[in-house]
Design a protein around this ligand. Structure first.
Ligand SMILES: [Cu+2]
Length: 116
């Protein structure tokens, strides 16, 4: 009886250990960074409506997580997945609204999700 109990306990421990290892493996894949940020220098924004128009337009693009614009800084900051879209695509979308994209920074990987 005692032997049987300890065998059962041993089997349970093995099972738990196996489940634990499996769970660890399942949670460990090192996914490549999918969030990159570029800041665009944009001329032509004069008020809050311009900011809203640009961030709304850019947010609809595939691969864009978020976009925020500031007319006072003449900047549009975009969080996006470069595998799905490019800074050129984002710049073109801004320009279809009538603004001028002067330059943009290279895509910089963002380790942790920024503010939602
Ligand atoms: Cu405006």
């Amino acid at each position: 009886m005692q032997l049987r109990l300890s065998t059962t306990a041993f089997a349970a421990a093995l099972l738990l250990g196996g489940v634990g290892m499996f769970g660890l493996n399942a949670c460990e894949p090192t996914a490549p960074a999918k969030r990159f940020e570029s800041t665009f220098e944009v001329h032509g924004m004069v008020c809050e409506s311009c900011e809203k128009a640009i961030s709304a337009k850019v947010s609809t693009l595939d691969g864009v997580h978020s976009a925020s614009a500031s007319h006072s800084e003449e900047q549009v900051t975009v969080l996006y997945d470069p595998a799905e879209t490019t800074a050129q695509t984002i710049a073109a979308a801004i320009e279809t609204l009538g603004y001028t994209v002067v330059s943009h920074t290279p895509a910089t990987p963002i380790a942790t999700p920024a503010k939602p």
